[in-house]
Design a protein around this ligand. Structure first.
Ligand SMILES: [Zn+2]
Length: 279
């Protein structure tokens, strides 16, 4: 069986161009003003993104890539069992991957240990395209079993997987970006996909606001779950997590060791327990 993948150079060129376009727009029409000096923060986010890329390419990709080949070969999983055209299978796979990533995102906030890792992404004091790739690399490692289950249960072919990965990359760069889109345009767009203003609300240090706008792709999932929130002006949002408000608290070393800090040293850590008490 042949796996017609999307040529890597094509999507790499597209993503590079897309990323550079966003950087240019962030300078020209910024949505929120920055709290930290840009250079230092960018350096930190790039190091964390590099560690991530290394983890994904050495741990996630080999496992998930070969699993996906087996899924197609042996016709494992939901989508593989359906008698649909290949494009329809790909589309369904991408949508189901997007939804199950939404569920994973909620879990990373709800579970004490996962939040320890995911809070590093939220601890950025500013939000722009560089935040999109700034995760703690251990979060990438612990997400591998979930990703494997997604591929196995949904029945994701290598082609659908690579399509989703590229769309996801473009989507997260876009909705983390600090680009001020025309309000009417973003208002309309946000009913279809996650947008910078909406995701800015998810990155608020206010826990109630953080519990909204979870989607990494389609807006549909937040609409269905009643977690779409659009009525918060960006000027009123304080990006980050509680307890981490100063640049010296979010230095690289501190961020990398944060998941392993004692609860008393990790103020953002109170979140899941506090949430449970609220029911
Ligand atoms: Zn989050």
């Amino acid at each position: 069986m042949t796996h017609r993948r999307f040529p890597v150079w094509q999507s790499a060129t597209f993503l590079l161009g897309f990323g550079l376009g966003l950087l240019w727009l962030e300078r020209r029409v910024p949505l929120r003003s920055y709290r930290e000096p840009k250079g230092k923060r960018l350096g930190r986010n790039l190091v964390m993104s590099g560690l991530n890329a290394l983890t994904v390419s050495t741990v996630e990709m080999p496992i998930i890539g070969s699993l996906s080949k087996q899924v197609e070969l042996r016709r494992w999983g939901l989508v593989q069992r359906l008698s649909l055209a290949r494009w329809a299978k790909d589309l369904l796979s991408v949508m189901l991957l997007d939804y199950t990533l939404f569920v994973w995102h909620v879990l990373t906030h709800r579970n004490h240990w996962l939040w320890r890792l995911h809070q590093v992404h939220h601890a950025d004091l500013d939000l722009d395209a560089s935040t999109a790739l700034r995760f703690h690399f251990v979060e990438m490692v612990v997400s591998v079993p979930w990703r494997a289950a997604q591929v196995l249960v949904i029945g994701v072919s290598p082609r659908a997987l690579s399509l989703w990965q590229r769309l996801l990359m473009a989507s997260i760069l876009f909705h983390h970006s600090n680009v001020r889109l025309p309000l009417r345009f973003e208002r309309a767009l946000s009913w279809f996909v996650m947008t910078p203003r909406l995701h800015g609300i998810h990155h608020s240090s206010e826990p109630a606001l953080r519990d909204t706008n979870w989607s990494s792709g389609l807006a549909l999932w937040d609409i269905l779950h009643g977690t779409r929130k659009a009525d918060v002006p960006q000027e009123t949002i304080r990006i980050g997590i509680e307890g981490f408000t100063q640049p010296e608290q979010v230095r690289l070393g501190h961020m990398l060791s944060l998941p392993f800090a004692r609860d008393s040293e990790s103020p953002g850590q109170t979140e899941p327990a506090a949430r449970l008490e609220q029911g």
